[in-house]
Design a protein around this ligand. Structure first.
Ligand code: MN
Length: 288
């Protein structure tokens, strides 16, 4: 599966609370297995599943089982710990195209009870050829019903016609914009799939020009102001938390994901001293 990892970057670990962006596809999954991500654990984050094409089945250790299609949102709050699997169902659509996003939970909320929610409909508005769907937070006067833990925005911007218009932003937010299909110019920068524009706080609008058929994602929020330690599927603050989460996964404390055929994912080998060095180096870099 061709995956474009847009975040984290070495020198930019998060944008608002967004700490992980994968863009995959579009690809044909006709007659093949398609997506098959075995059960694996998460802590300290929310996973956001958003599709531009196809369908994916989610199962988790709370007993949730939910199919998702384009225009719908699967939002899983890991909090203190959850396990899930995502796969193309046995009978699936021929194409697959989507993004997998993580939102870091702020320190005050990261031990929250694990939860899963599916939103079959989200607020959508169209004007001058641009259709905006708000996944998380608020944009263009539309507010998503999805559960959030910090000031955040996540939206899809789809050009139905040729678009030249500004999109109003929250000036206290930092943002990223990237294209999942087509081509656009955002704040004067040409964007194609695989590239991403970062806007620091202070922008009141995003000037956008996009050809008909272009789809963009706009993600942002108030800068997190917390140093994250990300390892495998865990978002933590210290090496000790990572060590405990790995041990917990090996001991089965995250619970079982029912219904998935095949073995759960094993955590990669954890080099605690390397992790501690990385943690120390990052602390040093940020204090410089
Ligand atoms: Mn996951």
């Amino acid at each position: 599966m061709a995956v474009r990892r847009l975040l984290p970057l070495r020198l930019r670990r998060s944008v608002g609370p967004w700490c992980f962006i994968d863009h995959y596809g579009p690809m044909s999954v006709d007659g093949v297995t398609g997506m098959a991500v075995p059960p694996h654990p998460h802590i300290g984050l929310q996973t956001v599943t958003w599709l531009m094409a196809g369908n994916v089945l989610h199962r988790d250790s709370l007993g949730s089982e939910q199919m998702i299609r384009p225009g719908q949102l699967n939002l899983m709050t890991a909090g203190r710990g959850i396990a899930h699997a995502e796969e193309s169902p046995l009978e699936h659509d021929p194409d697959l195209h989507g993004v997998q996003l993580w939102v870091a939970l702020p320190d005050a909320s990261r031990l929250a009870e694990p939860a899963f929610e599916h939103h079959g409909e989200l607020p959508v508005a169209s004007s001058d050829g641009l259709t905006i769907t708000v996944l998380l937070g608020e944009l263009a006067g539309l507010r998503s019903p999805a559960t959030t833990f910090s000031d955040i925005v996540g939206a899809e911007l789809a050009a139905i016609g040729n678009v030249i218009q500004p999109v109003a932003l929250t000036p206290s937010f930092e943002h990223v914009v990237f294209v999942t299909s087509g081509a656009a110019t955002a704040a004067g920068m040409d964007l194609a799939p695989g590239s991403m524009l970062y806007l620091p706080p202070g922008h009141e609008r995003l000037q956008l020009a996009a050809a008909a058929g272009t789809v963009l994602m706009l993600l942002g929020g108030v800068p997190l102001g917390e140093r994250l330690l990300m390892w495998w599927n865990f978002v933590a603050r210290t090496p000790e938390e990572i060590t405990a989460a790995v041990a917990g996964w090996q001991q089965g404390v995250f619970g079982e994901v029912g219904g998935y055929t095949g073995a759960p994912l094993a955590a990669p080998p954890l080099d605690v001293s390397r992790l501690a060095r990385r943690y120390g180096a990052r602390a040093q870099r940020e204090s410089d």
